[in-house]
Write a new protein. Structure first.
Length: 181
């Protein structure tokens, strides 16, 4: 069986593509090893800001875009009342959530005096809110940024007593230690 010129050209082209692919997959990792790596960024010099970055709400959770929810029905039917409910409804419309978001925007803008007042108002208006631990940490960061170390220390000490198992407890302890220096 003899190959025609067209078949040989196709075979050579296909072989060339395979060889180039093989070379590129094997050569580029070697080249990547030799390229200089980016310099590691310096560790965060602001221990209070790092606490806030962990506490602050995610901006995408509070975007102003369209939100969606799924309607569901509870009940047995056949003459019984069927109660509709919403599944997946956004929590951003809750007043405490909006207040926390507004205070967070002030923190992100480095307006610590106004953020402090917003956090104090939040604690007065929503003492039972699930955001209270985060708000208290935010308030402690405000106090620390404003140079009110006594108030920050007092808030953090009480926070560690009230929420010792909170995921932010190690960060609160580190911030307290930094304030005690």
């Amino acid at each position: 069986m003899s190959f025609g010129t067209k078949q040989i050209r196709k075979w050579l082209l296909l072989s060339g593509v395979v060889v180039l692919a093989f070379i590129s997959f094997n050569a580029f990792p070697i080249l990547a090893k030799d390229t200089p790596k980016k310099k590691e960024s310096a560790p965060n010099q602001d221990p209070y800001g790092s606490v806030w970055q962990k506490v602050r709400p995610e901006p995408k959770a509070f975007n102003s875009g369209n939100s969606s929810a799924v309607a569901g029905l509870r009940g047995e039917g056949k003459g019984k009342f069927i109660k509709p409910y919403w599944k997946g409804e956004k929590k951003k419309d809750m007043p405490d959530s909006l207040a926390f978001w507004e205070a967070s925007k002030l923190m992100d803008a480095n307006d610590y005096a106004k953020a402090e007042q917003a956090f104090v108002n939040f604690l007065t208006q929503f003492p039972q809110s699930p955001f209270v631990p985060k708000v208290k940490l935010g308030l402690a960061v405000c106090y620390a940024k404003l140079g009110k170390k006594e108030e920050a220390t007092k808030i953090l000490t009480q926070w560690l007593t009230d929420y010792p198992q909170n995921e932010m407890a190690p960060d609160a302890k580190a911030m307290l230690a930094e304030l005690m220096k």
